[in-house]
Every structure is written in structure tokens, then in C-alpha cells.
Design a protein around this ligand. Structure first.
Ligand SMILES: [Cu+2]
Length: 150
């Protein structure tokens, strides 16, 4: 399923979506731009956007023992990834794009520019963690966020 759609079309959709978000400061629906309100996916599904230089949302709250299906949607012009250290997890499935993959039981997913990565996992330990991009100095440039497992 990943990589099966026309890239040019996807880019157009993402580009227009980005412009929409960037241009719309009010209106109906979700708040635009980076938010400090933690995303707490009751559905068990969450999409994390990556870009130069950050993630959206910047804070995620998960439930210990609940399976999560995380899609990393890289709207950036370059490769990015999502990694969490020190959290005990059961990794069910990892489909990275862009050439990098995580090790076994490592909470990692990568996505090439204008592409997606999929990570299905179960957080096994409550606590406060950080997610970040491992590439170059991306973390220092702002590509990090807070992951809470409760
Ligand atoms: Cu990055």
C-alpha cells in the first residue's frame, strides 16, 4: 500500500494541504499550526507530520498496553525519521521509506521526502520520553517532541 500511489499527485495534495494550514489562521475544524496540546489517539491511530524543522504534534500521550498505529508523514524536502529511546515496546510492524530502518524492538520509523512510514507498536512502560529525528543536527534544529505513556 505504501508507495503504490502516484508521487506527483500526493505531492500536490500535501502541498495544497500545507498551504491551507499555513494560510488559514481561523475557521472551522482543527487549530492550525504547531500545537502544544498533546495528541491522545483514543482510536489507536495517529499521524505525525515531519518537516524542516519539527514535528506536528509536538506532544503525544499514549496508553500503556494499547496498540498504536503511527503514520509518519514526511512533508519535508529531505529524509526524516521518528525515534524514541529507552521506552520498552513491542514492535509489531515497521515499514520505513527512504532507506533507513530500525533494529529489532527499536521504536523507529523513517520516511523519505514526500513519503510515509508506518509503525505499529505497543508501549509497555509508563513514563515520559522524547521522540526525535536522528539525522544530522535535525534534533537541535527543533525536530523533537514529548511522548507520554500513561
Ligand atoms: Cu530529520
Amino acid at each position: 500500500m505504501v508507495g503504490a500511489r502516484p508521487r506527483a499527485a500526493l505531492f500536490a495534495v500535501l502541498a495544497s494541504a500545507f498551504l491551507l494550514v499555513a494560510g488559514a489562521c481561523s475557521g472551522s475544524g482543527e487549530p492550525a499550526g504547531p500545537t502544544t496540546t498533546p495528541a491522545s489517539p483514543a482510536s489507536g491511530e495517529i499521524t505525525v507530520l515531519s518537516f524542516e524543522w519539527g514535528f506536528e504534534p509536538e506532544a503525544i500521550v499514549l496508553q500503556q498496553g494499547q496498540e498504536i498505529r503511527l503514520t509518519l508523514n514526511n512533508e519535508g524536502k529531505i529524509l526524516h525519521n521518528f525515534k524514541v529511546d529507552d521506552l520498552k515496546v513491542d514492535v509489531i510492524e515497521e515499514i520505513s521509506s527512504g532507506g533507513f530502518s530500525g533494529d529489532d524492538d527499536e521504536l523507529f520509523v523513517g520516511a523519505g521526502s514526500d513519503d510515509v512510514g508506518l509503525l505499529r507498536f505497543v508501549p509497555l512502560e509508563a513514563g515520559e520520553y522524547e521522540f526525535y529525528c536522528t539525522i544530522g543536527n535535525h534534533r537541535q534544529l527543533g525536530m523533537e517532541g514529548r511522548l507520554t505513556v500513561q
